[in-house]
Design a protein around this ligand. Structure first.
Ligand code: KIV
Length: 275
């Protein structure tokens, strides 16, 4: 007997073809159960290197490793039937040379089964993007605020406020688009710049803190689920308040355990025939 046909996931080419038709819906995912919940509603799920900060409590994404990305990429792929899945190349895995980028992109695609990779960078990465796309690796670009550059770019401030900075982001996006990226994430960038890039480029832009002018939107799922109470960036909207729900559940559990209310009879095994 043959296995039932596996539902086909959207491809990076499908994502590219959404430009001008309808906004692209994307979120990050790092685990199987969350991927299962997000998948029916998303066109693209990104296994972002933001997992270093979100799941591992790191200060930045700089120390995220290939092994971390592969483990979480595999977990997400187990939960996805519909969305295209893109995995971030972590810092240090692609900047050295286009050959290094291909080696690591191919490893991630082989070991996770994902549909493509994302890398950060503009003009300086265009040759690498062209090298990868010519060799079968779909690339999602990432310009504007680039978290992997936090140590040289002066932190997590929004970009494109000066004419020079706006022109640079424009050149970066154009170079990555011309090199063959199927779409480009624009992060933390003022609206007029995101708008003019989105109008100028043939490939779609996916914004995070880059205004509704982009061709799609992405958020870190833990941010939009309200899992962090301490700090909410301006560009994040909470669609749920899970931090409060989880704290309350833990508080109720602790109280019931200390008062011997949990486990109750219905949670307790008794010898057969004595129930
Ligand atoms: O790592 C990540 O989650 C990202 C998104 C914020 C776009 O790059």
């Amino acid at each position: 007997m043959s296995a039932p046909p596996r539902q086909k996931r959207l491809t990076p080419a499908d994502i590219a073809s959404l430009k001008g038709k309808r906004p692209i819906v994307s979120l990050t995912a790092y685990t199987t159960p969350i991927a299962r919940l997000l998948d029916p509603h998303c066109d693209l799920l990104l296994v972002g290197d933001s997992l270093g900060m979100v799941l591992y409590g790191l200060d930045s994404t700089v120390s995220v490793t290939m092994d971390m990305m592969i483990a979480h990429g595999q977990a997400v792929l187990r939960g996805v039937n519909r969305a295209t899945v893109i995995v971030d190349l972590p810092f240090g895995s692609y900047q050295e040379s286009k050959e290094q980028a291909f080696r690591n992109a191919a490893r991630i695609m082989k070991e996770t089964g994902c549909d493509g990779i994302k890398l950060e960078g503009g003009e300086e990465m265009a040759e690498t993007v062209a090298f990868l796309t010519a060799r079968g690796v779909p690339v999602l670009g990432h310009v504007g605020l680039m978290p992997q550059m936090v140590n040289t770019s002066g932190g997590y401030r929004s970009k494109g406020h000066s004419e020079a900075e706006a022109a640079k982001i424009h050149r970066d996006a154009a170079a990555i688009g011309e090199a063959g990226a199927f779409a480009i994430v624009i992060e933390g960038t003022v609206e007029p710049v995101a708008r003019s890039i989105s109008q100028a480029l043939a490939c779609p832009t996916i914004g995070i803190g880059a205004s509704p002018a982009c061709d799609g939107q992405i958020l870190v799922s833990d941010d939009m689920l309200g899992l962090f109470n301490e700090f909410k960036p301006r560009f994040v909207k909470h669609y749920a308040e899970l931090a409060g729900v989880i704290s309350k559940a833990a508080e109720d559990y602790a109280q019931e355990v200390t008062q011997r209310q949990f486990p109750a009879a219905e949670h307790t095994f008794q010898p057969r025939g004595k129930r």
